[in-house]
Design a protein. Structure first.
Length: 135
C-alpha cells in the first residue's frame, strides 16, 4: 500500500512538473516575441553648403519627433567617429525603435515626420535607411 501511495505521489509530481515546464517554455516564447523590436536606422550625408547651425537645427527637429509620434518607443542619435573612414560621407546616425510594424507604419506617413522630411531636403546630399528586427 505504501508503495502504491509513493508511486501515485511520484506520478502526480512528475505530471505537475512537466506541465510547469511546458508553461515556462510558452511564457519564454511569448516574452521573446514581445521583446523583439523594430529598429529604423537613418543615416544622413549633408550638403557641403549646409552650415553647422542648419545641421544642429535638423538634429533638434528630428529629436522632437518622439514627443509628437507616440509609436516611437525609443530614440537616439550620434555622430560618425570611426577611424576606419568607411562612412562614405554619412556623418549623422539616428535610431528609432518601434514595438511593431504598425508602429513604423504609423510613423512614416505621420504629418510631423513628413513635415520634417520636407524641411531637411535642401540640406541632404544623401540618406540611407535600414529597418531590422532585433534578435
Amino acid at each position: 500500500m505504501k508503495l502504491s501511495v509513493a508511486l501515485f505521489v511520484l506520478i502526480i509530481t512528475l505530471g505537475c512538473s512537466q506541465e510547469n515546464t511546458t508553461s515556462t517554455r510558452e511564457i519564454s516564447k511569448q516574452e521573446m516575441k514581445h521583446t523583439r523590436q523594430l529598429r529604423h536606422m537613418v543615416l544622413f550625408k549633408f550638403n557641403e553648403e549646409s552650415t553647422i547651425q542648419e545641421i544642429e537645427k535638423i538634429v533638434t527637429d528630428f529629436s522632437t519627433l518622439p514627443s509628437q509620434i507616440k509609436s516611437i518607443k525609443d530614440y537616439e542619435w550620434g555622430l560618425h567617429k570611426s577611424a576606419e573612414d568607411l562612412n562614405k560621407g554619412f556623418t549623422h546616425a539616428f535610431l528609432l525603435t518601434f514595438d511593431s510594424q504598425d508602429g513604423l507604419d504609423t510613423y512614416l506617413p505621420h504629418t510631423a515626420h513628413q513635415n520634417f522630411v520636407a524641411s531637411i531636403q535642401p540640406h541632404i546630399a544623401d540618406v540611407m535607411v535600414i529597418d531590422y528586427w532585433t534578435n
